[in-house]
Design a protein around this ligand. Structure first.
Ligand SMILES: C[S@@+](CC[C@H](N)C(=O)[O-])C[C@H]1O[C@@H](n2cnc3c(N)ncnc32)[C@H](O)[C@@H]1O
Length: 308
């Protein structure tokens, strides 16, 4: 699902994602008469893009091709201009679920930062929910509002430039959920409680350091929040590879290999055996984890404001 109001076909003014590969993509604003350079040559917006269906394969002037994709919140997170550290889709998925966000939810957030989480929240709470996002850095707040307008979701979000620890969220008793990604979240817990509905709601605070978590948990308990839980989510990606393994000839015929355990890891595909008398090469598909992966991003502390 793309940004809320985007249609099936590319229009002048849309932000589209030019996809050259999983590690190479970038956003462009579609404008009649404009051109975009890629390593495969030029793309002309008027003739190549505007009016075409999102997801189209577009041939560039040097003969190579790219896909033009809907700017989903996930793709935006991967391509947005960084003004701050941002939250990525793995943390965002847990936040969305644990805050119980759904269409119609009213959410308060601080700080807005680069708007990575904000776009995901807006997509989830649309078409009837609303996000109040607080960012004390004036230019970041203005830039976020400009992007929300460009992405045609500005009617679903209010951006305020103020210090959430001093001035709160500017709303009282209307939020279903509050999210904090600021250096001193414990100073904003009282304001979060006031923003949440009287009958209660959920809160989440993201902090990289455990000392921040400890102070936040103390503040949550002092303000009567319950069900305080701190979680960390790690993403482990598996690549499917074809592995070639040379083994000594133990006099085993091909059909017997699967029963020996020599093809362990072949669950994802068929193993095959090439026999050149003294040596055998076994080929099989295997799921392999990367040598390095993204580790700790931050701790996610969740809690509930309950009626009693
Ligand atoms: C790490 S960034 C948030 C990134 C955001 N979650 C995202 O996914 O793009 C933290 C932001 O909080 C803002 N901030 C820090 N303390 C604040 C406060 N007391 N009130 C409002 N904004 C604050 C900072 O200016 C910064 O832009």
């Amino acid at each position: 699902m793309s940004f809320v109001e985007y249609g099936e076909f590319m229009k002048e003014g849309d932000i589209a994602i030019v996809f050259l590969g999983h590690d190479s993509m970038f956003p462009v604003k579609l404008q009649h008469g404009a051109q975009t350079q890629t390593k495969y040559g030029v793309i002309r917006h008027s003739s190549d893009l505007i009016g075409k269906r999102y997801g189209s394969k577009v041939t560039c002037s040097k003969g190579g091709w790219v896909y033009i994709l809907h700017p989903t919140p996930e793709l935006w997170t991967m391509n947005l201009p960084h003004r701050t550290q941002i939250l990525y889709s793995t943390d965002i998925s847990l936040i969305t679920m644990m805050l119980e966000l759904k269409p119609g939810s009213i959410v308060c957030e601080s700080g807005t930062g680069s708007g990575s989480l904000s776009h995901a929240i807006i997509r989830t709470i649309a078409p009837t929910g609303h996000l109040y996002t607080i960012e004390f850095h004036q230019q970041r707040a203005e830039k976020a509002m400009e992007e929300f307008r460009e992405h045609k979701v500005d009617h679903l979000v209010t951006v305020k430039s103020q210090d959430v620890c001093k001035n709160g969220f500017g709303v009282a008793n209307i939020a279903d959920a509050v999210f904090l990604d600021i250096p001193s979240p414990w100073e904003a817990i009282g304001h979060a409680k006031s923003a949440l509905k009287e009958q209660g709601g959920r809160i989440c605070s993201f902090s990289p350091c455990i000392e921040q978590v400890q102070r936040t948990c103390q503040a949550l308990e002092a303000h009567g929040f319950t069900e305080v839980d701190t979680l960390e989510i790690l993403l482990r990606i598996y690549d499917v590879r074809t592995i070639s393994l040379q083994t000594a000839d133990l006099g085993i015929v091909a059909e017997d290999v699967s029963s020996t355990g020599l093809d362990s890891g072949s669950q994802l595909g068929q193993s095959s055996v090439c026999d050149n008398s003294s040596q055998r090469t076994i080929q099989f598909k295997s799921a392999v984890t990367p040598r390095e992966m993204v580790g700790h991003t931050g701790y996610l502390t969740f809690a509930t404001k309950s009626l009693f």
